[in-house]
Design a protein around this ligand. Structure first.
Ligand SMILES: [Zn+2]
Length: 285
């Protein structure tokens, strides 16, 4: 199914996962003429079109937006929403903090120069942090539907998942990647925290997993990711112990650890190895 230029997975009559190009997935929950969205995509211009499309197609009003984490491909569409924006307090804190650094006006301009598509996609960009926050767990009654929001970390320290307990369904943000290698930026979290958050997800009574990127999947994908990170950790520890240089370690770990049936992505994979090596060397700090 396609809405505008987005692939769409229908989970049931009320739940959808929308996959806009170049963006994190956007979740949609419908209850009568009320709707909730999970993440806002990377472009205000594109989010405005999508909001209009959804509100017309389903004759609904979007009453709540949830941000799974602060990354731009999940939050830069925030300004297009005329409703409360909910997220973890850590997400709000992080967004307020990096407005002065990574997301300062000159950095945004620099990114536009590097990628000319962003000139339109980020036109009149106004960074909009969430305005309703929670610390660890927040239960919402959205027009009779129980929705459980949980801070789990893993991909970033502010990462939260959105659980629909009676549907055994979780919107996981970038804690889960489907069909592509996971992304972990060293300043965001540690590989061990990623594994622990994924294990937390496995322990939940959930069958349908909506990843931050890619198609709807199951715990099979989550287990695959856990095995990949554990393989990286074990192999790196062993090779560091044998005194190998970093480039030799990368070659050897790449031979040993990969995600089956998923296109190899050397940039993400090498970054993941470096995150594991960094954590190993700073373990005792
Ligand atoms: Zn992310």
């Amino acid at each position: 199914m396609k809405w505008l230029d987005c692939e769409v997975d229908k989970i049931d009559d009320n739940l959808y996962s929308i996959q806009p190009p170049k963006s994190g997935n956007i979740g949609l929950y419908l209850s009568g003429n009320a709707a909730m969205l999970i993440d806002s995509g990377y472009s205000p211009r594109r989010s405005t079109s999508l909001i209009e499309y959804i509100e017309n197609r389903f004759e609904c009003r979007i009453e709540l937006l949830f941000n799974t984490h602060y990354h731009s491909d999940h939050t830069f569409g925030n300004q297009s929403f005329n409703c409360p924006i909910m997220a973890s307090q850590a997400c709000r804190d992080t967004m307020l903090e990096i407005v002065a650094s990574h997301w300062a006006p000159h950095e945004i301009e620099k990114a536009k120069q590097e990628d000319p598509d962003l000139v339109d996609d980020w036109a009149d960009l106004k960074l909009t942090p969430p305005d309703v926050t929670f610390d660890d767990v927040k239960e919402i009654d959205f027009h009779g539907q129980l929705i459980k929001c949980m801070l789990v970390g893993g991909h970033t320290r502010d990462s939260a998942i959105v659980l629909f307990p009676d549907k055994k369904t979780a919107f996981c943000g970038d804690l889960v990647f489907e069909g592509t290698y996971p992304t972990l930026l060293m300043h965001d979290e540690t590989p061990q925290a990623f594994i622990e958050a994924l294990s937390h997800l496995i322990a939940l009574d959930v069958e349908t997993i909506i990843p931050g990127h890619g198609a709807v999947c199951t715990k099979t994908m989550v287990n695959k990711m856990i095995a990949y990170w554990q393989c990286l950790q074990i192999a790196c520890r062993d090779l560091v112990g044998h005194g190998l240089a970093d480039d030799e370690i990368v070659d050897e770990v790449t031979r040993l650890c990969h995600l089956d049936e998923i296109d190899f992505n050397s940039v993400k994979h090498n970054r993941n190895i470096n995150a594991v090596l960094h954590a190993l060397r700073h373990d005792d700090e």
